[in-house]
Design a protein around this ligand. Structure first.
Ligand SMILES: [Mg+2]
Length: 276
């Protein structure tokens, strides 16, 4: 009896280990890994455990306010030891999209001028662009800017929006995000935008492409019911909602999306994945 039990235990252990080797993890940044300028407790330990167990992971974010280099620098300065290729943001997916469409001339509308580096393959801010690539300009969204973009779109430019988020958590309160301005341009020009960031499948698919792991074995951890949870559900990944960042009691029911798992914070992820 005892032999049979230990055999079963070994088989189960073997199955668990082989399945563990075949999972991947996508982590949203804002509200999951950090909030404002501080890491969420448990983030460093969770990343160490993923690294220790050789679980492939990537941070995917809709943020359009920082270049890839600055984003990695920000994470390093907060105490996270990660590689540049472990961060995947909407602007990088936008570059891939525009290359795929064989665009050569685009209007890049982002707050950080240094982001031009990430778009060095294109002629930027020409008179008649093939696409308007739009990020969150925050206070830089003026009537003049929106009107000039509206005219370019009327003249044939495709509106490529980094995302269409409703709001983001600036540290102390919810703040208006890019989505309202994308909607304004779509409405005025009577033309639908192409959405690059979450919940569009594009960012998810591109981020996990190198892994070759089936989507149903990939866990997407996020605090946004639409972008993270809805996006993961749409592509068939396992969605994990954290109760930090944008999480609001009742939001799960109100928005109709259903996460596969709900955990208190990123600190509980190793436990969910049975990693130690
Ligand atoms: Mg978030």
């Amino acid at each position: 009896m005892r032999v049979r039990q230990s055999c079963c235990f070994l088989v189960n252990l073997k199955e668990t280990l082989s399945s563990l080797q075949n999972i991947g993890v996508l982590l949203d940044l804002d509200g999951v890994v950090y909030q404002g300028g501080s890491l969420i407790p448990g983030a460093v330990e969770t990343i160490h455990i993923l690294q220790h167990n050789n679980i492939p992971f990537r941070f995917i974010t809709n943020t359009t306010r920082l270049t890839k280099k600055k984003l990695v620098h920000k994470l390093h300065s907060m105490g996270l030891s990660i590689e540049i290729n472990e961060v995947f943001a909407a602007p990088h997916a936008a570059v891939e999209y525009c290359k795929g469409r064989e665009y050569t001339a685009i209007d890049l509308v982002v707050p950080d001028k240094e982001m031009k580096e990430d778009f060095s393959d294109f002629s930027l801010n020409v008179e008649s662009p093939q696409a308007v690539v739009l990020g969150d300009m925050g206070h830089g969204f003026t009537f003049g800017l929106l009107n000039s973009l509206f005219k370019k779109i009327l003249n044939g430019a495709e509106l490529v929006a980094m995302h269409k988020n409703k709001h983001w958590h600036s540290g102390s309160e919810l703040t208006l995000d890019l989505g309202a301005f994308v909607s304004a341009l779509e409405f005025a020009a009577d033309k639908e935008a192409v959405l690059i960031g979450k919940p569009s499948p594009y960012l998810f698919q591109l981020a996990v492409k190198p892994w070759g792991i089936p989507f149903q074995s990939i866990y997407m951890v996020g605090d946004d019911m639409v972008g993270d949870i809805g996006g993961a559900n749409n592509v068939g990944m396992k969605s994990v909602l954290v109760k930090t960042g944008k999480f609001r009691k009742g939001g799960v029911v109100r928005l109709g999306e259903k996460p596969n798992y709900i955990i208190n914070s990123i600190a509980d992820l190793p436990n969910l994945l049975q990693l130690y």
